[in-house]
Each structure stands twice: as structure tokens, then as C-alpha cells.
Design a protein around this ligand. Structure first.
Ligand code: ZN
Length: 133
């Protein structure tokens, strides 16, 4: 986090490694201020081709979630878990999962969460220990 050594150009593979090995969340930012985690050519807000790679803040708040009882193959041994949509503090909305949440009573919209390194693919969130109201 906070490392400014961004590389010229990027690939989907680098993008995935960013999630899984470097403890970084990579995204893209337009000059209009729109921030997204979705790799693309055009800014979905202003339509310009100016999306530049940016490191995203790994903390945010739960915008929506649901507890999954029926997993995809990859998460076969992990149910139940929460599928979460997170609004990141520095902008950007990302989907991920929280294996620590096993019922709907354990999470509330607006709860603070942070991105953590994981042995699994996907964007793994845990409750932020520095939870602030
Ligand atoms: Zn834009």
C-alpha cells in the first residue's frame, strides 16, 4: 500500500497478481474523478479514454451483501460465507467475499471492512479492526 512504483502498461495477469500476491488493490481513475476496479478502455462516467492505473485504498464500507449457501466449485468448502459489495474509502466499488461471516446477523450494511491477503482467489475482506462509526 502506498508504493508508487507503478509499472508502465499492465495486463490482466498483473492485475490478478495484484490482488493475490502484493496485497494491493489495483484500479483505474479518470480525470473526472471516477474510480473503478473494472479494467476497461473508457471511463463509464465521462466516456474519455483516460483511465490510468491507480492503487486503491483497501478499506471501505459494506454497501450490500448476501450470505451464500450454495457455492461455486472454487468455494466448495467455504460455505456459508458472505458475498459483499464494498464502497472503498478512496472511491471504487468492488465485489468480494468474507469467509468469516457465516450468517446474515453477523454483518450490517455500512460495516467497515478491509482487504486482506488470501490463499484463495477473489477479493477477500475481513472486518476492519479499527472500526469507526
Ligand atoms: Zn471520467
Amino acid at each position: 500500500m502506498g508504493d508508487e512504483s507503478t509499472t508502465e502498461g499492465h495486463s490482466i495477469e498483473e492485475y490478478r497478481r495484484g490482488y493475490e500476491q502484493e496485497r494491493r488493490l489495483r484500479g483505474f481513475r479518470s480525470q473526472c474523478g471516477f474510480t473503478t476496479v473494472t479494467w476497461g478502455l473508457l471511463c463509464p462516467q465521462c466516456g474519455k479514454r483516460d483511465l490510468a492505473e491507480a492503487d486503491l485504498v483497501g478499506t471501505g464500507r459494506v454497501a450490500a451483501f448476501s450470505v451464500q449457501q450454495v457455492p461455486s466449485d472454487e468455494f466448495l468448502n467455504d460455505v456459508p460465507y458472505a458475498y459483499v459489495v464494498v464502497d472503498l474509502d478512496g472511491g471504487g466499488r468492488i465485489t468480494g467475499w468474507m469467509p468469516s461471516v457465516r450468517s446474515e446477523a453477523e454483518l450490517t450494511i455500512g460495516d467497515r471492512v478491509r482487504f486482506v491477503e488470501s490463499y484463495k482467489s477473489g477479493v477477500h475482506f475481513e472486518r476492519d479492526s479499527k472500526d469507526m462509526p
